[in-house]
Write a new protein. Structure first.
Length: 325
């Protein structure tokens, strides 16, 4: 069992470091070719921050452990809102931009709601089982394309890149082409090995401890792959950059569903158990809570007491998993 835990820990570490190295190297080369910052932010950085979730899902789908793939995305989205935004708001109240309130958060809510609706085949169509099939996956990818079009227009109009872009671009300034290329190669290798170890370790742990792969995906892997978002949001809160803290989480949730889950379902159908359906509904509830919170107390702001409530709800959710395992 210890070996399985160490494999998961080492795998998540390699995923995070690999994604960071790959993104930094790719940004450095993109800058040498004079690619505009808005494009770098929307492509390299935006996709790069979702690579840990993507690689875990890729290996899960390849191995047929679809419960891990589903749990990883749903669990990450719940943790992003209740845990990460909760912790960030506890550090400093988060004032949310109007566009984020009325456009990006509703888009993230739509993403979570679509997962629940698309997976509810028995309820809606009378099918024998629930899940996301290839048609659902392709629909999610089409919606992802629409979101990218919207995001490009917003960032082009505002002249500002995505949350982590400024940091990554600054780090990439001093890299020459050879060093950047090495970072890209090492980043890809770390991502591949990290993804394999994470999924393999999770499968072993589930077998040895008698815990379902769904629970492992919803907790250990979901929190682990969300660590970049947690670090970024805490750092942003400390620097009084609420836009980054909130935009980082909302953007991650949208990418997780439309891109990562969309590709996963397109490659292989993802069956949903009744328990997974409940988790998907909780993810919808977390998004609804986030939206409603912005109209309770000070308008368009997440206060400290609300952050504490978010973290409390997340701990309650983790506790409920013990009874629904």
């Amino acid at each position: 069992m210890l070996l399985a835990v160490l494999m998961i820990a080492a795998g998540i570490f390699l995923l995070i470091k690999g994604a960071d190295g790959l993104v930094t190297g790719a940004v450095s080369i993109a800058r040498r070719f004079k690619v505009p910052p808005v494009v770098i932010g929307l492509t390299i950085v935006a996709f790069g921050t979702s690579l840990p979730e993507f690689l875990v899902n890729a290996f899960s789908v390849w191995r047929g452990t679809t419960d891990i793939a589903i749990g990883n995305i749903i669990g990450s989205n719940i943790a992003n809102i209740l845990l990460i935004l909760g912790v960030a708001a506890m550090i400093r109240p988060l004032l949310v931009r109007r566009n984020t309130v009325w456009k990006e958060i509703p888009f993230a809510l739509l993403a979570s709601a679509l997962v629940f609706v698309m997976a509810s085949d028995r309820l809606l169509t009378g099918a024998s089982s629930d899940g996301l099939d290839r048609t659902d996956g392709m629909t999610l990818l089409v919606l992802f394309g629409i979101f990218l079009y919207y995001a490009y227009g917003m960032r082009n109009a505002q002249g500002t890149p995505r949350a982590q872009t400024e940091r990554v671009i600054a780090e990439a300034k001093s890299l020459d082409t050879s060093k950047a290329s090495v970072m890209i190669v090492l980043g890809i290798a770390s991502l591949a090995l990290g993804g394999y170890w994470t999924v393999d370790g999770a499968t072993r742990l589930a077998t040895l401890a008698g815990i379902s792969e769904r629970i492992i995906g919803l907790t250990i892997i979901a929190i682990g792959t969300s660590l970049p978002e947690l670090v970024t949001s805490i750092y942003a809160a400390l620097r009084k950059e609420a836009d980054i803290a909130v935009g980082n989480v909302v953007g991650s949730n949208i990418f997780n569903v439309f891109w990562v889950l969309g590709i996963s379902a397109t490659v292989r159908s993802l069956p949903f158990s009744s328990a997974a359906g409940v988790d998907a509904l909780i993810a919808v509830g977390a998004s609804v809570i986030l939206f409603l919170t912005l109209f309770i107390g000070k308008r368009h702001q997440i206060d400290r007491w609300q952050g504490i409530a978010f973290v409390g709800l997340y701990l309650a959710y983790l506790g409920s998993l013990a009874f629904r395992a």
